[in-house]
Design a protein around this ligand. Structure first.
Ligand SMILES: [Zn+2]
Length: 283
C-alpha cells in the first residue's frame, strides 16, 4: 500500500521518484511526452533516429527509459540529446542516456560556461540534493543554423533569464491531420532564479531579467501551433491530454496558447522588476 506523501513534488522527485511517474503520451505524430509529473522531457521521432529534448533527473532516469520503451522505441535510437539549460532537473540523466545511446549532447555555449561556475548550483535553488553525474557537451547551438534530422527541423533561440544560456526550441514536424506544424518550448521560464537575490547569489547580472521580459514579448510574434512546457505546471499539457481520447482534432493545437503562456510567465518577472525598482527608489 502506498502511503500519502507529505513531500512536495520536487522532494518527491528526489526521494520517492515513483510518485512522479506518468504514462508517456503522443502530443503529435512525431512528438511524445516522456517526462514526469514535475519536469518535462520530449522524444521526437524524426524518421531517421530520435531526438530527446531534456532528460529529467538522475533519480527519474529509469522512468524516462521505461517511457521510451513503452512507446515502442529504444534508447539506442537516440541520436541527439538537446538540453534546454544547465540545471540538474533537466540534465540529470544526460550521462546515463549518452552512455546507452552514444547520442550527441547539445547545450548553449553560455550555459556550458555557466555550469562550470560556483553560481550554477546556487542558481538551481532547488534545495534538494539531486545526484550529479559529469557529462561532456558535444555540440553548441547555433541559432542561425537549424538542427536537421529526418524530416524534422528544429530552430533554436537563446532566451536568457532563468540561466544565462536558456535555449528555446521551435520544432517543425509533420502531422497526418494537420500537415506541417510548429511546436515550441521556452527552455526556462522559472522566475525564482530571476530575483535580485538569486541573481546576486549566482553571480549573474540583473540585466538577465530585463532580457527575459523583452524576449517573452518578442517571441509572441512567432506563430506556434503547440506550446510545450519545460515543466508541465507551466501550461495545460496534461489537461489537454484528457481531451485527446475523443474527437479527431489534436487537442494540443492551440494557436493562441503560446502567446497566452508567455504573457502568463512574463508577468511574474515584471512583478520582480517593479519590486526591484521600488527598492531602488526607496534608497
Ligand atoms: Zn532551471
Amino acid at each position: 500500500m502506498t502511503a500519502v506523501s507529505s513531500l512536495n513534488i520536487i522532494e518527491s522527485t528526489c526521494y520517492e521518484p515513483w510518485e512522479v511517474q506518468i504514462e508517456p503520451f503522443a502530443v503529435t505524430d512525431q512528438i511524445f511526452y516522456v517526462g514526469n509529473k514535475w519536469v518535462g522531457a520530449y522524444l521526437i521521432d524524426t524518421g531517421d533516429g530520435l531526438i530527446l529534448l531534456d532528460t529529467t533527473t538522475a533519480e527519474t532516469a529509469y522512468l524516462l527509459l521505461n517511457s521510451i520503451y513503452k512507446l515502442g522505441y529504444r534508447p539506442e535510437e537516440i541520436k541527439m540529446i538537446l538540453l534546454s539549460h544547465a540545471h540538474v532537473d533537466h540534465y540529470g540523466a544526460a550521462r546515463f542516456l549518452k552512455e546507452l545511446s552514444g547520442a550527441e549532447i547539445w547545450l548553449s555555449r553560455e550555459d556550458e560556461e555557466f555550469r562550470k561556475t560556483d553560481g550554477a548550483a546556487e542558481s538551481g535553488g532547488l534545495f534538494v540534493p539531486f545526484r550529479e553525474y559529469s557529462f561532456e557537451t558535444d555540440r553548441y547551438y547555433d541559432d542561425s543554423t537549424p538542427i536537421l534530422l529526418g524530416n524534422v527541423e528544429i530552430r533554436t533561440r537563446l532566451t536568457p533569464g532563468h540561466t544565462p544560456g536558456v535555449t528555446s526550441f521551435f520544432i517543425y514536424t509533420d502531422d497526418k491531420k494537420c500537415g506541417r506544424i510548429v511546436s515550441a518550448i521556452h527552455g526556462g521560464v522559472g522566475v525564482l532564479t530571476m530575483s535580485d537575490e538569486s541573481l546576486d547569489r549566482a553571480g549573474l547580472s540583473r540585466e538577465l531579467r530585463k532580457r527575459f521580459i523583452k524576449d517573452c514579448h518578442d517571441l509572441k510574434d512567432i506563430s506556434v501551433d503547440i506550446c510545450l512546457p519545460s515543466h508541465p505546471a507551466h501550461a495545460p499539457l496534461f489537461e489537454k491530454r484528457e481531451q485527446a481520447a475523443d474527437g479527431d482534432k489534436n487537442p494540443f493545437i492551440d494557436r493562441d496558447g503560446w502567446a497566452r503562456f508567455l504573457d502568463d510567465r512574463v508577468q511574474y518577472a515584471i512583478k520582480l522588476e517593479e519590486e526591484a525598482d521600488s527598492h531602488f527608489e526607496a534608497k
